[in-house]
Design a protein around this ligand. Structure first.
Ligand code: SF4
Length: 309
């Protein structure tokens, strides 16, 4: 069996920064520090930070007064931000700068009285955070599919219109939704720059190219990781078996029975140590070669906030 390793894979700049922020905050203030939502969607990472003294909460009402609070990489609504200030939290914002860019864009559009349509997955914390950027009296319309676009009532959409997207969507599916929007609302304004982030785009491109050769794909990533799920779906759409796993322990030998070339990648929140464990597992199983497939070079770095440097 040959192993093809996708490039790029694993941690993106936003995830590295978010994890650094939690670690630096614990170092500076001591444990515990409170983190609003899983700082990144990866069980291994979250368990590691819990062991160091991070407490993950879903609601700010779970946080005592005046404690250290970190907002996750997915971003938070204005309401969460206001509540944290009200209870005197020491706030560190680990929102990925590329998500913050979307928040600023939404705020700018709303100031200009432009109706914003958000393409994203209902209930995902990034979407909740972006929807929560609405100013009073204004709303953001969420669409998840081409069908949702078809069901949008023209009357409910006072012109002008604009759209924005969650950062970790499928590039191809989003393209179809955008096409449907443009068809229905020819004057709709596009974002100044694509909102699907560089890391999502690059990891999807890498898997598309890898799966030309591989018979099967293993994606390191947690169930709730949007970008990891999108990587698995690419192989699904190419009619190849693909499995999303948290660790090598979840691999079943029955998956590998007829596989000659196996692709391995990792979502933007999954650390390389998990990929290495999968390679070890596959070598033990009988793999004889591992090939690093070449792909886009990434040199993006987001520094932690000044008070933590
Ligand atoms: S996946 Fe993209 S938007 Fe999300 S944290 Fe990474 S760089 Fe930022």
């Amino acid at each position: 069996m040959r192993i093809l390793l996708a490039n790029p894979r694993g941690f993106c700049a936003g995830v590295e920064r978010a994890i650094d922020i939690v670690q630096c905050a614990i170092k500076k203030h001591g444990a515990p520090v409170y983190v609003h939502h899983e700082v990144v969607h990866n069980k291994f990472v979250v368990d590691g930070l819990k062991a160091k003294g991070a407490i993950f909460v879903e609601k700010m009402t779970e946080v005592p007064l005046g404690e250290v609070v970190i907002f996750s990489a997915h971003g938070v609504s204005q309401a969460v931000r206001r509540y944290s200030q009200k209870i005197g939290s020491i706030i560190y914002d680990a929102t990925c700068p590329l998500v913050t860019k979307v928040h600023k864009e939404v705020a700018r559009k709303q100031k200009q009285n432009i109706q914003v349509i958000l393409i994203g997955h209902k209930g995902h914390p990034e979407v909740e955070g972006t929807l929560g950027q609405s100013s009073e009296g204004q709303s953001i319309q969420l669409v998840e599919s081409v069908a949702d676009v078809e069901n949008l009532a023209l009357d409910d959409m006072p012109l002008p219109l604009s759209y924005t997207t969650q950062t970790t969507l499928s590039v191809d599916d989003t393209g179809q939704i955008v096409q449907a929007l443009v068809k229905k609302f020819p004057k709709i304004q596009a974002p100044r720059k694509n909102d699907i982030c560089y890391a999502t785009q690059n990891r999807q491109d890498a898997v598309k190219s890898l799966m030309q050769e591989a018979d099967m794909l293993l994606v390191l990533g947690s169930n709730n990781s949007s970008n990891s799920n999108r990587l698995r779906e690419i192989a699904d759409k190419m009619h190849k078996n693909a499995y999303l796993i948290d660790t090598a322990d979840e691999i079943k030998t029955s998956w590998l029975a007829a596989v000659n070339t196996i692709g391995v990648t990792a979502g933007a929140s999954a650390p390389e140590v998990l990929v290495r464990a999968v390679i070890d597992y596959l070598y033990d199983y009988g793999a004889t070669e591992v090939v690093e497939v070449s792909g886009a070079l990434e040199n993006v770095h987001f520094p932690v906030p000044k008070p933590l440097r």
